[in-house]
Write a new protein. Structure first.
Length: 173
């Protein structure tokens, strides 16, 4: 997991703007090595997101599964049965991310690495990191660098259950 913590409490919008408008911005800010931290203070959070993906798939050219005349699922169902004229009515996508003292649960590619956003200097080895203002989080696949999930936590201080600091050695990463 990559956490982008802006310097200023109101710095999340400019950070999002830079990420979305400047190609290579994120890659330029990611350190080339893991940063050693003694304590990591991040609020516990659960985020889920659901959307109906049919229109997105159709827009990128995946149309035949949705067509009553062109869909072909004959290798999945018995031919000449009432099911051999199947087509996809709709497709839903749901993502769920849980972050707690044990680590991040979203995909098998999660890792707890703090990365450098904007002009922030790298944390010194053995320092503490506390996300006590709005921040972005990303789950990035290590081998390809593909961003699998991205989200924002807007009110970390509103969370009564936020641990002030969790020993990094207790995290399952």
């Amino acid at each position: 997991m990559c956490i982008l913590l802006p310097d200023a409490k109101d710095g999340l919008s400019p950070l999002i703007q830079k990420l979305s408008s400047e190609p290579g911005f994120l890659k330029d800010k990611l350190p080339r090595r893991k940063v050693l931290l003694i304590y990591l203070g991040v609020p516990r959070f659960n985020i889920s997101f659901t959307f109906e993906a049919s229109n997105v798939l159709k827009e990128v050219g995946v149309v035949s599964p949705f067509s009553t005349s062109d869909a072909d699922f004959t290798k999945m169902v018995e031919p000449n049965s009432p099911l051999d004229k199947l087509h996809v009515e709709s497709i839903f996508h749901k993502a769920f991310i849980a972050v707690n003292e044990q680590g991040t649960k979203a995909t098998a590619t999660a890792a707890a690495v703090i990365r450098k956003p904007l002009g922030i200097s790298k944390p010194l080895e053995g320092t503490k990191f506390k996300a006590n203002r709005p921040f972005l989080f990303l789950i990035i696949e290590d081998f390809t660098g593909t961003i699998l999930f991205v989200g924002q936590v807007l009110n970390p201080l509103d969370r009564a259950d936020m641990p002030l600091a969790v020993p990094v050695s207790n995290l399952n990463i």
